[in-house]
Design a protein around this ligand. Sequence first.
Ligand code: GLC
Length: 548
Amino acid sequence: MSEYWYKEAVIYCLDVETFADSDGDGIGDLRGLIGRLDYLARLGVTCLWLNPIHPSPGRDDGYDITDFYTVDPRIGSLGDFAELLHQASNRGIRVMIDLVVNHTSDEHPWFRSARSSPDSPYRDWYIWTDSEPPDRHQGMVFPGEQRETWSYDRTAKAWFYHRFYDFQPDLNYHNPRVREEVKKIMAFWLQLGVAGFRMDAVPFIIELTEPGKNPCPMDFDFLTELRQHVQWRRGDAVLLAEANVEPDRLPGYFADAGGSNSRLHMLFDFMLNGRLMLALARQDPEPIIEALRDTPQLPRGGQWATFLRNHDEIDLSRLTAEQRADVFAAFGPDENMRLYDRGIRRRLAPMLGGDRRRIELAYSLQFTLRGTPVLRYGEEIGMGDDLALPGRNSIRTPMQWSRAPNGGFTSADEPIRPVVDSRDYGYQKVNVTAQRHDQDSLFGWFERMIRTLRESPEVSAGTCAHIDQKLPPGILAHRADGSTGTMVFLHNLGTDDVRVDLSELYGEADDPNQVFGDRDYGPVGRLDALDLAGYGYRWIRLCRNPGT
Ligand code: GLC
C-alpha cells in the first residue's frame, strides 16, 4: 500500500446546495448529504470535495464568500458540518473543502470596511491604486462577462483589483496580516477535521499584483509556508490546487528549488483534460501520448488529480486553435454549448451522444491514467445538462435520485435550480434508484470499475507509461507499475474492431488475466492476439507482487 492516502483515493466533487435537500426548502443541505453517504460509500468514493460551503451572496455560485469561519445557514450549521465529518469518517470517507482565498465577496465585512475609509484597518487587505491603471482591461478570466480587472470604487475613491468578477476583490498577499488570516482559516477547518483543501485560483494568490506591471512577481515561498503550516496542524492533510498554467511552470507549484515536494501535494491535470477531449474528439490516442510525454516528472509525494468534468466549463485554452476547433466540432457544435471562447459547458454524457460505450471508454481512460481520479456528482449515472440555464449553471443542476417530482432532490415545488427534464436525460429516465437496481446500469459499471481500481493500487500510486509499440490506429496501450504489481491497459478510441499483439510483454507476465473490460474476451493467453471491439477497453493484470 502507498503511504500517501490521496494517491489511492477516489475523489467525488459535489455542491451541497444541489445534492440532496432534507428539509424541503428547495436547497440541498448538509443533512441531506449525510443521508446519502451510504450511497457514496457503495459507489466506492473515499474522499469528498465540497464546493464552497460558506455564506455567500451567491453571485459566483459560492465562490464569493462573506465569512470564512462558518457554513452558509441555507445548508445547515457548523454542528451539521461536524456531524457530516463524523458520519463520513465512520464510512472511511474523508472530506475536503474549497478554500477560496484569492478574493472575497465585495459584501465581506473586510471589504466593506476597507472601502469605507483609507484609515480602515482592512484597507490594506485589498489591492488599491489612486490612478487609473494602464492595464485595467487585461488578464480577465471571464471574457464577455467581465470588462476589466481594475474597477473604480466610488466609496473608496480608488481603483481596486479583481482577477475575476468586479464583486470579487482580490486579497493583498503583500500584507502579512492577510497571510496570517489565511493560515488561521485553514487551521480552523483542519481543527474541525477536514482532510484538506481544494485551493481555488492558486496562481493568482501567489501573484504579487502591481498596477501596470506584467508579469508580476510570483511568491512561491508562500506555498511552502502554507504547506508547513497545514502539515504541522494535521500531518495527513492535503492541498489540491487549481493551477491551470503552462506545463513548464507546474514544477514550482509542487517543489522548491531543491526538488522536494514541499509545496502542494496535488494539482488538477488541466493539460491532460484538454488532451483527453482532443483524443476522444479525433478518435486518436496521440494527444494522450503527448500529454504523458510532456507533463513534468513529479517529486516524491506529488500527485496529479485527473478529471473529465468539473463544475466549470471544459477549458480548451491550452490547445492550439486547430485542435480546439476539432473539439468544438465534435462536442460543442452549437454556439450555446460554448463559453468564454475557450470552453464547453456540457456534461460528458451528452457530449458523447449518450453512447454508453464511449462514456465507459472515457472514464476507463481517466481512471487508469496516472493520478487520483476526481468524479463530478451525477456523472456516475450519466446525467445531462440544461443549456437553457445561463453560463456554467447548465452543468450545476440538482442530483437526480429517483422518478419522484424534481428527481427526488427536494420535496419543494421550486428547487434551487430546475432538475433536468429532457427526453434523454430527464430524471424520469436517468436517476439513482433505477440504476442501483440494475447491474447493467452505468452506476453498476462505475461500482465495479472503482472496486477493481481499489484492488490495483499501482494504477494511481505507481508510475504510468505509454507502451510504445506499433499498434493499429486508434489504440492506446499503457501500463501502470507499482510495488503491488503491473497492469496493462488497452483502449480503442476508434470504431473498428482490432486485434493487438503485446506478446513482447509476455516475459514479464505471471499468469496474465483480464480484470476488467467492456466485455469478456476470453483468456488473454500469450498476449499475442488481444481482441478489442470498437470503443472497447481491457485492463490486464500482468503480475501481482505477493505480500504487498
Ligand atoms: C475557480 C472556480 C470557479 C470560480 C473562480 C472564481 O476558477 O473553479 O468556479 O468562478 O475560481 O472563484
